[in-house]
Design a binder for this molecule. Structure first.
Ligand code: VG1
Ligand code: CO
Length: 582
């Protein structure tokens, strides 16, 4: 057995180690500076209650992006230095973000104990590779992202750090399952490498009726396609869709996890999931073949999802609403009813309408999954989602891409259950159109302006806040831009009071609320690693059944014009068009 002594290494603070919407994300070149990662990890240990570190067990893994393997070895040694007793690592350092959450909540060690938290190594949907992004975040004992009280403390610690603790141990082989034991100052320290998928697969089997999905997938009428964009989701897709559910290997696209995501942008949207979008008949470079009935993609760490039908895009805001509306009937886990539903503020109000119809508790929280966790822990929320391709439930405390795909497959299986051998399939598009006919349609789009000069972005936001002081003035400007939009009846910055712990989060997005329920929302991204990203969210509600089948871009054109002119987007950013439209 190798052994080692705890070493104190002197260090000095780095600027800018403030965790954003979901952890700390920076260029690999920043992360690989001597002590940069170490400072953040030590600051995290120092921010946690000592019993969650000393003698505790931690999970360390991620989406396998460039620099993960090195980072895992560094964190293992620092864990030993900080008195952690045991570290769990997914084979090859791979665990999707939802799988980490599942492991923290469900996995039990040989001694009967669970993990008290996890370091997740991912920059999620951001590209990977030597010139791209790396990221790290800490999740708590409930399997959810650290709350702001902890991330603020981590940041404060990074500004004052003087030393970190580590142990010179030999590298651990993380390519094979097995336990390595070390002796650290008289005690034992173990590293346990385990299969990345089994805990997660077990959990999915306890939630969904795999038999009914298997039947659907074996029906010749139903064709299926999943694109992991070379993220970690590929590992789970093979196990679940192919091995468990009988989908064909050929239905998987880009399902081999790669350090650089094959040079792509592992972000499941209409811009970056090019291959899938073409295969589904939704791009100019359409393939000759008949598109599959169902297509889906996940991001680098597999917590996001995009759901597509044949030549049909499901907006994430609709997706969560449709899942909520059908969950009780179609998904065994929810058969006894939903405790409540929640969405992030910029997400469309499609979910609100479902909650009202079904008389469910409803919550609107700031952007970022950490805000859903408290509601779930308090038993107030079963299904939640964000417009940014995030959907999930209280089975874990992260959004969950594969879960969302299984939820949709369950709904499709349910809608076709009496007709699985028949000729006419109830399609994704049928399900969405029926939903709109019942609940009305929320036309929705998001414009992202990436890598804008940070100062200019701040100025744009400040000018929008300034404008809010006079509604008559706002309405004069709005009417001047386009006379047929509704009146602005409210304008504010979203502020959230957590109904469970009473904590308050301010400045969570600038809102302009219109009399007909339309909304414009402006936010600065908290996940970028370069410059600023401005997000503009545009929404319009249509109840009239004769008007729910318009092209979204046409329906939203007047509001888009108002948003761009009201914010002086081009004037501030110099951009005549957004980087990404979803
Ligand atoms: C974005 C999304 C937000 C999501 C976050 C993390 O944050 O808008 O809804 O929770 O990414 O997702 P921001 O601050 O850039 O708007 V992931 O899959 O990148 O962990
Ligand atoms: Co992600």
């Amino acid at each position: 057995m190798s052994s080692g002594q705890i070493k104190r290494v002197q260090t000095t603070p780095f600027d800018g180690q403030k965790p954003g919407t979901s952890g700390l994300r920076k260029k690999v070149k920043v992360f690989t500076q001597p002590n940069y990662l170490q400072n953040f990890v030590q600051s995290t240990f120092n921010a946690l209650p000592s019993d969650k570190v000393k003698g505790a067990r931690l999970v360390v893994s991620g989406d396998g992006r460039y620099f993960s393997k090195e980072a895992i070895q560094i964190i293992i040694k620092m864990a030993a230095g900080n008195g952690v007793k045991s570290v769990w690592v997914g084979q090859n350092g791979l665990l999707s973000t939802p799988a980490v959450s599942a492991v923290v909540r469900e996995r039990v060690g040989a001694d009967g104990s669970k993990a008290s938290g996890a370091f997740i190594l991912t920059a999620s949907h951001n590209p990977g590779g030597p010139n791209e992004d790396f990221g790290i975040k800490y999740n708590m004992e409930n399997g959810g992202p650290a709350p702001e009280s902890i991330t603020n403390k981590i940041y404060e610690n990074t500004t004052q750090i003087k030393e970190y603790l580590t142990v010179d141990l030999p590298e651990v082989d993380i390519t094979k399952p097995g336990v390595t034991t070390f002796e650290v100052e008289g005690g034992t320290f173990t590293v346990d490498v385990f299969d990345s998928a089994s805990d997660y697969v077990k959990l999915m089997k306890s939630i969904f009726d795999f038999e009914s999905i298997r039947k659907l997938l074996s029906s010749p009428k139903f064709t299926f396609c999943f694109d992991a964009l070379h993220g970690v989701g590929g590992a789970y897709a093979k196990r679940i869709f192919v091995e468990e559910l009988g989908a064909k290997e050929s239905s998987l696209l880009n399902c081999v996890p790669k350090e650089d995501f094959g040079g792509g942008h592992p972000d499941p949207n209409l811009t970056y999931a090019k291959e899938l979008v073409a295969r589904m008949g939704l791009s100019k470079s359409n393939t000759q073949d008949e598109p599959p009935e169902f297509g889906a993609a996940a991001d680098g760490d597999a917590d996001r999802n995009m759901i597509l039908g044949k030549r049909f895009f499901v907006t994430p805001s609709d997706s969560v609403a449709i899942i909520a509306a059908n969950a009780v009937e179609a998904i065994p886990y929810f058969s006894t009813g939903l405790k409540g539903v929640a969405r992030s503020m910029p997400t469309s109000a499609a979910l609100d309408v479902v909650a009202k119809h079904l008389n469910l508790k409803f919550f609107e929280v700031p952007t970022g999954w950490k805000f859903f966790g408290n509601l779930m822990d308090a038993g107030l929320c079963s299904v939640c989602g964000e417009e940014s391709f995030g959907t999930g439930s209280d089975h874990i405390r992260e959004k969950d891409g594969i879960w969302a795909v299984l939820a949709w497959l369950s709904i499709i299986a349910f809608k076709n259950k009496d007709n699985i051998g028949g000729d006419k399939l109830v399609t994704v598009e049928d399900i969405v159109r029926k939903h709109w006919a019942t609940y009305g349609r929320h036309y929705y789009t998001r414009y992202d302006y990436e890598n804008v000069d940070a100062g200019k972005a701040k100025d744009l936001m400040a000018s929008l806040v300034n404008l809010q002081s006079s509604l008559p003035e706002v309405n004069k400007i709005v009417k001047g831009i386009c006379s047929d939009v509704a009146n602005v009846v409210g304008a504010d910055e979203f502020e959230y009071k957590d109904s469970v712990d009473g904590s308050i989060s301010k400045h969570q997005g600038i809102r302009y609320l219109f009399e007909d329920g339309s909304r414009l929302v402006f936010r600065l991204s908290g996940t970028g690693s370069e410059g600023a990203t401005i997000r503009l969210y545009i929404e319009q509600y249509e109840k009239d059944p004769s008007k729910i089948s318009r092209e979204s871009s046409e329906a939203l054109a007047p509001l888009v014009e108002v948003a761009l002119k009201l914010s002086k987007m081009q004037e501030f950013t110099g951009r005549s068009a957004p980087t990404v439209i979803t």
